[in-house]
Design a protein around this ligand. Structure first.
Ligand code: SF4
Length: 237
């Protein structure tokens, strides 16, 4: 029997926003995991931070929690420590986890906490209508940088891998099937997993053409970038 993972909440993302594709990919991944008996639905917890991505918990008929800005990671680690049997999945944005809560992210990766983070990377603070984040490209013009950003961005995957993450992957939201596959791999990995999902903000920073060209030319590594096996923080605990 098909699971009912949708809710009655009205979707308020801009029409056509790739956040919708991430939502579809995630629901499909959960369905597969549950149908294959790899996890019980009641043992999945979805959390989010603050930003456009954060609405996703309203649209998932799962145990869920919407946390504070930049604080999705400590909330996830608290849930996992309290009940290590849970599959703890967090959604976050680049503003939420790389500008606001970066310290939490790096320490969770360093500890190999057994939690999974799906990063909606639109390279902008979108909910506040367009300011630079730590992942915005140099030169990006936005509300806070009308003449163009003068800062170099982090490479999300490299940074988190260097911090100690045992699973790092990248997906493009425009490809729902591959995004779902990478999500599934992250959800069945034991240890800290980051999936950077390139998710253009079609309203304030529309990079769809840029990313499609980059991907077509093979200039952006997609799929699993790094995976290794190590004891987790919760096992030591
Ligand atoms: Fe999506 Fe951008 Fe609209 Fe937010 S502002 S819902 S990220 S298109």
């Amino acid at each position: 029997m098909a699971l009912k993972l949708s809710t009655n909440a009205r979707i308020t993302w801009c029409p056509g926003c790739p956040n919708g594709a991430i939502l579809v990919a995630f629901r499909q991944a959960v369905e597969e995991l549950v149908e294959q008996g790899k996890v019980r639905l009641e043992n999945i917890v979805a959390l989010s931070g603050i930003g456009c991505h954060g609405k996703i918990t309203d649209y998932l008929n799962l145990n869920s929690f919407t946390s504070l800005h930049g604080r999705v990671i400590p909330t996830m680690t608290g849930v996992k420590c309290a009940n290590p049997d849970l599959l703890v999945i967090g959604f976050s944005g680049d503003g939420d986890s790389f500008s606001e809560g970066l310290d939490h992210l790096l320490h969770a990766a360093r500890r190999n906490s057994d939690i999974k983070l799906f990063l909606h990377n639109n390279q902008i603070f979108a909910l506040t209508t367009g300011q630079v984040t730590a992942l915005s490209p140099k030169g990006m013009k936005g509300k806070s940088t009308p003449l163009g950003s003068i800062e170099e961005p982090f490479d999300a995957c490299s940074l988190v891998k260097q911090a100690g993450a045992t699973f790092v992957a990248r997906a493009y939201a425009g490809d729902i099937v591959k995004t779902k596959e990478v999500m599934l791999a992250a959800m069945t990995h034991k240890g800290f997993a980051l999936v950077e999902i390139i998710q253009p903000c079609i309203t304030f920073f529309d990079t769809r053409d840029y990313w499609q060209e980059q991907i077509k030319a093979g200039k952006v590594p997609l799929g699993i970038i790094h995976q290794e096996t190590k004891p987790t923080f919760e096992e030591f605990l």
